[in-house]
Every structure is written in structure tokens, then in C-alpha cells.
Design a binder for this molecule. Structure first.
Ligand SMILES: [Zn+2]
Length: 156
């Protein structure tokens, strides 16, 4: 489930690793420390490492949506940092595609697409079609929700 949250973070433009299945707790902690990353987890055991308060964000929420809101609240996450600038699949920053790449867009979307982005890591192409629009609305709604909550808590 947090892998889905990870893709939302990438969609928002945040540098996000999604660990391989079966990675050990020690391995996860070593990566967090070594690369100075926050380790976002629903596994309470990870909070037992001595330096956990420095790296580990333990989420209590149960769905992807609730986890996203909890995380946003706790670290004041910017959901609109740089939307759709990273590959959702491999986390690599996207580059502008060539005109020739537009030919690879499925015909039914091509009429409305005038730019594509390429992932230099996995060569996947992205364009602003229905999927991106839906995800963008999601990010905007998370950001709006967070602003609203912030107003409630920090108001004058
Ligand atoms: Zn990629």
C-alpha cells in the first residue's frame, strides 16, 4: 500500500525510493541513514531503532488516501512541489521528449498532446492525458485539504 503512496510522492515531484519487497529492516534503516532519507512506514518495529526519531515516519493511517493526509500533516509536505517531473515507475527526473516521441502516443490521445516527457532511466514516455489529469486533481485536493487543516490549527 505504501508503494502507491510512493508513486503519489513521485507524482508530486519528490525524490522517492520504493524498497524492493522483502528488504530487511536493517537494510531500510541503512539506506535512510546513508542517503539521508525519511523512511515512511506503517511498521511500528522500525521505530525501535535507536536513531529512529531522526529518520522514521511511522504512519498510523490505514488507506493510501489517509496515509497521504497523515504524512502531509506531519511533515508539511508540498503536494504541488513539481508535479510530473519524475518517473512514477523508477523515480528518475524526466526530460523533454523529442517531437518524434509524440508519434508513440496512442492515436486517441495524440490529437490533444503537444508535448511528451521521456524517462532517461526506463525510457517510458509521459504526456498530459487523462491519467495525469486525474492524478493532478488528487494532488491538488491533498494540497487543498492540508491548507484547510493548517488554517484550523495555526489560525490567529
Ligand atoms: Zn523511469
Amino acid at each position: 500500500m505504501l508503494a502507491r503512496l510512493g508513486r503519489w510522492l513521485r507524482a508530486a515531484g519528490h525524490d522517492t525510493l520504493i524498497p524492493r519487497p522483502g528488504a530487511s529492516d536493517a537494510e531500510l534503516m541503512a539506506t535512510a541513514r546513508g542517503e539521508r532519507r525519511l523512511l515512511i512506514t506503517r511498521d511500528r518495529k522500525l521505530t525501535e531503532f535507536r536513531d529512529a526519531d531522526q529518520w522514521v515516519i511511522w504512519l498510523r493511517a490505514n488507506t493510501t488516501e489517509e496515509c497521504a493526509r497523515e504524512l502531509g500533516r506531519r511533515i508539511r509536505l508540498d503536494w504541488l512541489r513539481a508535479p510530473f517531473t519524475r518517473c512514477l515507475v523508477c523515480n528518475t527526473p524526466l526530460t523533454q521528449g523529442a517531437d518524434a516521441d509524440i508519434a508513440a502516443v496512442p492515436e486517441h490521445s495524440r490529437r490533444v498532446v503537444n508535448a511528451v516527457w521521456r524517462c532517461p532511466g526506463c525510457q517510458r514516455l509521459y504526456w498530459h492525458g487523462g491519467h495525469v489529469r486525474r492524478m493532478r486533481r488528487r494532488l491538488e485536493s491533498l494540497a487543498a485539504h492540508q491548507r484547510h487543516e493548517g488554517d484550523g490549527q495555526d489560525g490567529p
